[in-house]
Write a protein that binds this ligand. Structure first.
Ligand code: DQA
Length: 159
């Protein structure tokens, strides 16, 4: 039963420019439009969603830390920090909240430096290459993950 569960969507650097930024790679859908699609699917599945974007690595780390006790699943498009950030990887490991890595583009079909994800080993799984639909798949994967394992937030609940 997904009712009552909460998903935190975090978007990393340059994703605020979606729609204008390299449309041949990332498409013409803006981030607010992606958020609207996510909210529509989340409403159908009766799950709560918080949707944020930051260009700052430390702010993303802080949001991951603060998710403890407040969210059941984190969906993270870490953008370029995917390939560089030990800090984000450590934050995910530290909070112990199931985290799903997502990307609009297929990072494995692009430049070599995008093939390596530093966060992948500490994430539940990776969704990559479906454009804005990666975000919808992530809502569905989050519900499945939440139903099949206990998160710290669920363990803290009395019912
Ligand atoms: C991205 C892929 C990353 O390699 C890139 O740095 C991004 C966006 C994606 O959604 O396809 O900024 O995470």
């Amino acid at each position: 039963m997904a009712s009552g569960m909460k998903i935190l969507f975090l978007n990393g650097p340059n994703l605020n420019l979606l729609g204008q930024r390299e449309p041949g790679v990332y498409g013409s859908t803006t981030l607010p439009e992606v958020e609207a699609k996510v909210r529509a699917r989340a409403t159908q599945l009766k799950v709560g969603v918080e949707f944020r974007q930051s260009n700052l690595e430390g702010e993303l780390v802080t949001w991951i830390q603060q998710a403890r006790g407040n969210f059941d699943v984190i969906v993270l498009n870490a953008a370029a920090y995917t390939h560089t950030s030990i800090a984000l990887r450590d934050a995910i490991s530290s909070v112990g909240i199931p985290t799903i890595e997502i990307h609009l583009s297929n990072i494995h079909a692009r430049e070599d430096f995008r093939h390596r994800s530093l966060i992948a080993p500490v994430c539940q799984g990776q969704i990559t290459g479906f454009g804005p639909y990666s975000y919808i798949l992530a809502v569905e994967a989050s519900v499945n993950v939440n139903e099949t394992q206990d998160s710290p937030r669920k363990q803290g609940k009395s019912s």
